[in-house]
Design a protein around this ligand. Structure first.
Ligand SMILES: C[S@@+](CC[C@H](N)C(=O)[O-])C[C@H]1O[C@@H](n2cnc3c(N)ncnc32)[C@H](O)[C@@H]1O
Length: 290
């Protein structure tokens, strides 16, 4: 790959998805894009870039998708789900006793293991029986969203992180594949969404999971996303980040949860304006997603 083609791809990926590639990641770009070029009937990356420079929009979108990392698994890292079950949800159940509704957002939901882990966890909580719960799952990649919507997982995927009792209780086997039950699927609404773009239309949330995506962005992009998320989370809500991610040194819009590692709360000492009229959004969202 020529230095000029690499620079073109680096800039394009940064602008389109936030992916911040260092100068030495040519091997990664080649390993992902050579197969894509071949699939498009092109000899290599030079010709792929030529087409992109010429304005081939669909091909460019495929390149952006191909460069995303979609690794995920059920109850990934376990600890955030334990925090949710043991501390965050019990506190929210008390605080929302009159309203009896909760909203969750998985902000980079990939193939669905994360939102469905939350959905199963909610199902397992008797205190939430009869409550209205919404889980909004968003991702940049339409391909992962389609897989997530279908809720169909391989034997390998259901063996990663999913307790066997939950597999038996919430999935149906079909040959080598397992499909998550319709009632769990119905708890999750899917929407394509680029975190670089405005997301205030999603409304406000009690809990946001934004895990293992910001790690690919530069500091400035992360700070801007945290700032916008802080306007969409309830003052007593919680944000979960990935094991290698933190707000520390990046933003003061969130502060670490006092005793739940990896969870963060909106810094209410700061007066970030909240999203106006956001609580009216969920019904519209339900309609749009179906
Ligand atoms: C490594 S997966 C994380 C999945 C899940 N949150 C987890 O922790 O298991 C990262 C996801 O972020 C998505 N992604 C990358 N850039 C994005 C962007 N700018 N906006 C929204 N999603 C993005 C990718 O498509 C991918 O599915």
């Amino acid at each position: 790959m020529t230095p000029s083609d690499y620079e073109y791809l680096r800039k394009l990926l940064k602008d389109r998805s936030g992916l911040d590639l260092s100068a030495d990641k040519q091997y990664l770009v080649e390993s992902r894009l050579v197969p894509l070029a071949r699939k498009a009937g092109l000899p290599g990356i030079a010709e792929l870039v030529q087409k992109m420079r010429g304005g081939a929009e669909a091909l460019t979108a495929e390149v952006v998708e191909a460069m995303t990392t979609n690794e995920t698994f059920f109850f990934r890292d376990r600890i955030p789900f334990d925090h949710l079950k043991e501390a965050i949800l019990p506190a929210l159940v008390q605080a929302r006793a009159a309203r009896r509704s909760l909203r969750f957002w998985c902000a980079a939901s990939s193939t669905g293991q994360e939102p469905y882990s939350i959905a199963m966890l909610l199902k397992e909580m008797p205190a939430l029986s009869g409550w209205r719960t919404e889980i909004v799952a968003t991702d940049l990649s339409q391909a992962v969203l389609e897989k997530s919507k279908a809720g169909i997982f391989s034997q390998f995927e259901v063996q990663r992180g999913l307790p066997i009792q939950m597999l038996v209780k919430y999935f149906k086997q079909n040959g080598d594949l397992w499909q998550i039950n319709a009632d769990i699927r119905a708890m999750v609404q899917h929407r394509q969404l680029n975190l670089l773009q405005d997301f205030s239309h999603l409304g406000t949330f009690d809990v946001i999971f934004c895990r293992n995506v910001l790690i690919y962005f530069d500091q400035e992009t992360k700070a801007a996303i945290f700032e916008r998320m802080a306007r969409m989370i309830e003052p007593d809500g919680a944000l979960a980040l990935g094991a290698a991610e933190s707000v520390v040194g990046i933003t003061d819009a969130f502060k670490p949860h006092p005793n739940r590692r990896g969870m963060y709360c909106a810094n209410t000492a700061r007066t970030a304006p909240r999203v106006a009229g956001a609580s009216a959004m969920p019904l519209k969202l339900v309609a749009a997603a179906r």
